[in-house]
Structures are given as structure tokens and as C-alpha cells.
Design a protein. Structure first.
Length: 148
């Protein structure tokens, strides 16, 4: 009986560490620093992204993802949806550019970025600020893998 109780305690205590954890390095913060200087609201910007290069699209994704996170946290649904629309627009143009630039390596990169976009959608549709924060953190990591 005591052995069963000890086994149960061990399982319960060890199962608590199964959540996703993002460990950011100092390298990823330099990506953020380059974007935060221009924190304009691009969601209201009706400019067409079809001619944008990958660097510009990545900047749009970063700025809009951060703005979406703030909007979801503030329960501003209209702003969050506007930022999500801009994220989706940037992603539509960024995905083929990533595939063209990175070839075989593009599979993992596009998978990671699709996950970020899905987290953003979940944040807006389900009003989940935690998903928005995860999207921002995962986007930083995915962009670091692009070496832009």
C-alpha cells in the first residue's frame, strides 16, 4: 500500500512539468529590438503587401502579432480581429517567399510559422491572451531560425 502511495505521489509530482516552455536567449531579443522602434498600427494600413519582400513581411508579422497580443489582453475584439486580418494577409505572401528562399528547409520553418498564425487565430476566436503571448514568443524563435 505504501509503495502504491509513493508511486502515485511520484507520478503526480513529475507530471506537472509537461507544459510547453519557451526559453528565450539574448539572441532573440535583438530581433525584437529592431522592430519595437517602429510600433505603428499596421492593421489600419490598407497598403498592399503583394510586392513586399520577406524582410518587410516579417516586420509586419512581428508588429501585428505584438499589437494583437495587447488587443486580446485589453479585450479589444475589433482591434484584435483587424490585427489578425493583417497577420493572415502577410502570411499569405510570406509563405511562398520562404519556400522559394529556403527550399527543403522551408518545411519546418513554414510549419513553425503556421503554428504561430494558428495560435493568433485561437487567441482572437477564443479570447485567449495566453495563446497570443505564445504566438509572440514562438514567432521570435521562428524568425531567429530565418536568420533575417
Amino acid at each position: 500500500m505504501r509503495r502504491l502511495a509513493l508511486t502515485y505521489c511520484f507520478v503526480v509530482l513529475s507530471a506537472g512539468g509537461c507544459a510547453t516552455q519557451v526559453i528565450e536567449s539574448k539572441v532573440s531579443t535583438t530581433v525584437t529590438d529592431t522592430v519595437t522602434g517602429d510600433d505603428t498600427n499596421l492593421a489600419g494600413d490598407d497598403s498592399d503587401l503583394s510586392g513586399a519582400d520577406l524582410d518587410e513581411l516579417v516586420t509586419v508579422l512581428q508588429v501585428e502579432m505584438s499589437a494583437l497580443s495587447r488587443a486580446v489582453l485589453d479585450s479589444d475584439e475589433a482591434a484584435a480581429r483587424a490585427h489578425l486580418d493583417r497577420i493572415n494577409q502577410a502570411w499569405v505572401y510570406a509563405e511562398p517567399l520562404i519556400v522559394a528562399k529556403f527550399g527543403e528547409l522551408a518545411d519546418q520553418i513554414t510549419y513553425d510559422l503556421r503554428r504561430v498564425v494558428e495560435l493568433a487565430r485561437s487567441a482572437v476566436e477564443r479570447n485567449r491572451p495566453a495563446d497570443a503571448d505564445k504566438a509572440v514568443a514562438f514567432l521570435r524563435l521562428a524568425i531567429a531560425s530565418l536568420n533575417l
